[in-house]
Design a protein around this ligand. Sequence first.
Ligand code: PLP
Length: 384
Amino acid sequence: MNDPQNPSLAAIVQRASAERVFNFSPGPATLPTEVLQQAAEEMLSWRGTGVSVMEMSHRSKEFESIHQQALDDLRELLQVPKSFRILFLQGGAIGENAIVPLNLIRRASAEKPKADFVITGTWSVKTEQETRRYGDVHIAASSKEQRYVRIPDVSAWNLSGDASYVHLCTNETIVGVEFQQVPDIGQAHGRVVVADASSHILSRPIDWDRVQVVYAGAQKNIGPAGVTIVIVREDLLGFAHPLCPSAFNWRIVNEHNSMYNTPPTYAIYIAGLVFQWLKRQGGVQGIEQRNIAKAKALYDFLDQSAFYRNEIDPSCRSRMNVPFFLADESRNDAFLAGARANGLLQLKGHKSVGGMRASIYNAMPFEGVAALIDYMREFERSAA
Ligand SMILES: *Cc1c(COP(=O)(O)O)cnc(C)c1O
């Protein structure tokens, strides 16, 4: 039975589970070990069917049930109102940078397509540049001059009256700023707010009175790369450019309940397992409390230290992505090597920012943050 040359699947899963480290990758990012264990157990035969989820027809009743459960759970977790549709697409958030204008930038005027942007970091810049291919872009506010350390105050946003929508990146993964709430900028009077929530979706509730379109690639807070979530108010489905590819036309995708083309079935299945896991954590409210505690522990540690620093204004520090610097940058390599040796992976900062970055998404347990702080304290002490 326990032949070491031929271990059972259960033994393999057990051994691999014991090898797991704390992975601070910005994305693709850590997933709950429980979810991966369940996926491993169901890998070869999903619930007695004799086939893996990745081998099923997307039209089979088995996959239909996986798909529908994932949609229902996501709707419940985010309290998505009935007037909004949830779409599972492909193409990632960078794909959406084109797909959003293709679907929406002609809403206010097909002749003069236009969108407003609030620039808060690297990702909103990238989105704005892509949008320029499809219409006029008006920069309503930007914190570039402040090196993105704080989100421009809404009282200074210069919104135009004739834009089809206002685009925000509600968590800037690279620079580490996050909207603590989306401001009320007159959606009641017909303004449409589009939010790229790729790196914090499901980490906190969404106020559906203040955003009308939310999109997110899955690989930060949801599951594996390959599925893109788009949540869109139903009345915004009919404005696509005639040349918008059918598979990216929100109205067409919605009419087929996200089955117009073959959806990324395995990614949807894993996302569904993550949604179930989130429900067991007390839903979004439960995980939000954990995220607050994790972020507070790390920022408090950074703030009391002269050895490390975070430069972001405390009012808009991201709970998900925490960039930090060593006062003595010549120690960066030693810091990263020591972290790796302690089972703390992927802490190197984005090349455009430098320094370090700890991404502490939903699936990062508090113990991971505590282990990071312990390591940082020890590294500081040993460097003294
Ligand atoms: C990661 C990320 C993206 C890019 O996602 P892709 O899946 O690579 O297209 C876009 N926006 C934000 C906020 C991100 O964090």
